[in-house]
Design a protein around this ligand. Sequence first.
Ligand SMILES: [Zn+2]
Ligand SMILES: [Zn+2]
Length: 435
Amino acid sequence: MDWKNLERELIALRRDFHKYPESAWTEFRASAIIASRLGELGYKLSLGFDNIDVQSVMGRPDEAEIDRQIERSKAQLPKTCADGAGLIDKMRRYPGVVGILDSGKKGPVISLRFDIDCVDVNETDKSEHRPNKEGFASVNACLDHSCGHDAHAAIGLGLATALMERKDELRGEIRLIFQPGEEGCRGAYAMTQKGVVDGSDYFLSMHIGTGVPSGSFGLNSHGHLCTTKFDAVFTGRAAHAAGAPQEGKNALLAAATAAISLHAIAPHSDGPMRVNVGTLHAGTGRNVIADHAVMKAETRGENQKIADYVYKRACEVISGAAAIYETEVKITKEGSGTSADGDVALAEKVGAVLRASGLFSSVLNDVPAAGSEDATWMMRRVQEQGGQALYMALGSDITAPHHNGAFDLDESAMINGVRALDAIVGELSKSEGKS
Ligand SMILES: [Zn+2]
Ligand SMILES: [Zn+2]
């Protein structure tokens, strides 16, 4: 493999994805580029809708917004992706791609997941920020690859290239899963429910950065918090604020009462939990009793039991606050992630491969997870079926915290990420597999 050449390709790909970021459930351009490339390489493709259990979809924009986003994605396709618009049509309004390499030889099923969505945040306009300096800053307003999923998408395609080049050495089946909607934990559950990881002997996912410095690799990221993302929509009745306030039902006060009271949910003695009300929009005019309020909030817990406790209490608090003001409230789940522990036996096997590879100056056994992650649904499914799973951290120095508009990563980490995954898949492919 010409790794130097592949590294140039990775950087170009990452910068292209960075310039045209797409938010959860609208990653049509990225999916088209990924599918086009995987198809050229000889992967069997499963596109968009075919990978999604529609009943399990959370936090997807409405159909009119999907129409607008498909139009933009098509307009922003590079000329080199001539089949892109046709591929987007074949996705049937849901982004995401699974590429399958069937070696034709008996062996294990190895699934790898790469998330491809951006964060809803404005990229900084500071001139020292490299994407500004070198001309690949986001051109889409309030969208920025500030979590590093642009690098994940590039690494996934780099791995696809490397594996296909040595296809004859591989056994079993390799599935490269390019998942939409990781931010807000929206996409993985619907893919898991559709069965994209079913039958896997091994499942691997990896995040760049997350506090691990360049040159290091974390084998087993622990402690992803279980989380539920939800919207609460309060509906009251508008009335003249002075002429007939008694006729009104105040949705603004109901939502404000809920926001304060949510932060008073009692902690749980079993472990940490979190509550956050991220946005609250209410009312229509100064002299009108507000008849409408929308709250976007989330709850988290160290394990599923604590997470279930805090979410249940949150629903009770919101319903109670709505009742005080005689308003109606509707709560909808917009995302969810569970917890999952990586398999120590798999971490040991992967650790031996990476230590022998000399790719990293330090290979750490355990690293703390940063926040929540919906790949945990895939990990859990594979483990329930008797397979092994691991969530790893690819070290990269970063210029600002994840999700901050000044975030940038160390692009030289990407090629070592590809080489690491290539070596790991090569080794796992030699094993028998459970079936
Ligand atoms: Zn993120
Ligand atoms: Zn991320």
